[in-house]
Design a protein around this ligand. Structure first.
Ligand SMILES: NC(=O)N[C@@H](CC(=O)O)C(=O)O
Ligand SMILES: [Zn+2]
Ligand SMILES: [Zn+2]
Length: 422
């Protein structure tokens, strides 16, 4: 059966989009076809489905926080049609056997395309690499110990050599643990004022500097996860000039929040890396605008209510992001006039797809019909009751935003539809 998506706005023009067997077969101002299933886009904006290269789904092992089902429902609700799942589930995805099962589970339970990262080292902490080449052949999208920095150079160097040979990227959570000292927010005046223990920003940039040296030596595609400091942006800017094969992602929260906005001990403001200073935040925005930072990724990190209440001293690190990312970035970057919609699409769909080599990020004939339809005109308040994720842990609850997902299609299949009105 063919599907006809009618009355959507693409690049400021009203079009209809015809889909057959999950693929876009025609885009024209008006398509008239018999025997098609019609979806009326009601003159809302159509975008290529968003691509998030950094999410945590907690499945298996920690499914009270999120499951592949609820995580991908949240993705579809947020306009995402492809997500990359991190390996810090239980058991950790650190062997070919576990990876095989994980991919089967993803394929079984996902509403969107779920790609799977595998671990660099056993249990995310061992000083010895996993079977990277084997797992690359089984379909790992790349390798990462996200949640932990790789503490020794030899393990990272070996992982890069193996990943390079397998033609897969390394995604690095850069954190030198010797500089963290049990901190719960960025070290500095904001932490001092609140009397909370700090995490040094040097923990990130010092390990990043090491990795960039190793990346240059190995030629691997080295991707920096959730970059958070000005020094890191400067290092990547230099490395790119030097021809290092490096890309970087920044999260919506590091672009929109900083440690001076932490007015009291508040677990919703606790994440790793922590919110940094206003100076860092400005440097991240600058880095994104000048292309030093390639893309936005949410680092969607669902936790239960009890894990995110009380004091930052014992709350879990991380916040959810899939269901707020588009509206926050649209509102603060596009609606505000800083950039155009094409730039947002580059940051949230085209560049992640290109850099990680997946077939997504564009609306044109021959592409999979991975699409999201957004109402850009009406504002609403972010409300955690609307989240399909099990995680309600967001510091953005109550914010007024623009950009509401009306529908999301994956391979032409409707996977989310707004039911709040009509
Ligand atoms: N970002 C976080 O604060 N937490 C992540 C781990 C990570 O991304 O490092 C998690 O798994 O909860
Ligand atoms: Zn991380
Ligand atoms: Zn993460």
């Amino acid at each position: 059966m063919q599907k006809l998506i009618k009355n959507v706005i693409l690049n400021k023009r009203k079009v209809d989009i015809l889909v057959k067997d999950g693929v876009i077969t025609k885009i024209a101002p008006e398509i008239i076809e018999d025997n098609v299933e019609i979806f009326d886009g009601q003159n809302n904006e159509v975008l290529p489905g968003l691509v998030d290269v950094h999410v945590h789904f907690r499945d298996p092992g920690l499914t009270y926080k999120e499951t592949t089902e609820t995580g991908t429902m949240a993705a579809a609700h947020g306009g995402f049609t492809s997500v990359f799942a991190m390996p810090n589930v239980q058991p950790v995805v650190d062997s070919p056997e576990i990876l095989k099962k994980q991919i089967e589970n993803n394929d079984d339970k996902s509403l969107v395309h779920t790609y799977q990262f595998a671990a660099i080292s056993s249990n995310l902490i061992a000083y010895k690499t996993t079977e990277i080449e084997k797992m690359a052949n089984l379909g790992a999208i790349g390798f990462t110990n996200d949640g932990h920095g790789v503490q020794d150079s030899e393990t990272m160097y070996q992982a890069m050599l193996d990943a390079k040979r397998s033609n897969k990227p390394i995604s690095a959570h850069v954190e030198d643990e010797s500089l963290i000292k049990g901190g719960v927010m960025n070290a500095g005046s904001a932490a001092n004022k609140l009397g909370l223990s700090g995490m040094s920003p040097l923990s990130e940039s010092s390990q990043l500097a090491r990795d960039l040296v190793l990346a240059k030596a190995t030629g691997v595609h080295y991707h920096v996860a959730h970059i958070s400091t000005k020094a890191s942006v400067e290092l990547i800017r230099i490395a790119k000039k030097e021809g290092v094969n490096v890309t970087a992602e920044v999260s919506p929260h590091h672009l929109l929040l900083d440690d001076e906005m932490i007015e009291m001990d508040n677990p919703m403001m606790k994440m790793n890396p922590p919110l940094r200073t206003p100076t860092d935040r400005k440097a991240l925005i600058g880095g994104l605008l000048d292309g030093t930072i390639d893309m936005i990724a949410t680092d969607h990190a669902p936790h239960s209510e009890s894990e995110k209440t009380g004091s930052m001293l014992d709350a879990s690190f991380g916040i959810v992001g899939l269901e707020t990312a588009f509206s926050l970035i649209y509102t603060h970057f596009v609606k505000s006039g800083l950039v155009d919609m094409d730039t947002l699409i580059n940051w949230m769909s085209l560049n992640p797809a290109k850099q990680f080599n997946i077939n997504a990020g564009e609306i044109k004939v021959g592409m999979p019909a991975d699409l999201t339809i957004m109402n850009l005109n009406d504002s609403y308040k972010i409300n955690s009751n609307d989240f399909l994720s099990k995680g309600k842990n967001s510091p953005f609850i109550g914010q007024k935003v623009y950009g509401k997902t009306m529908a999301t299609f994956v391979d032409g299949k409707l996977v989310y539809k707004d039911r709040s009105k009509n």
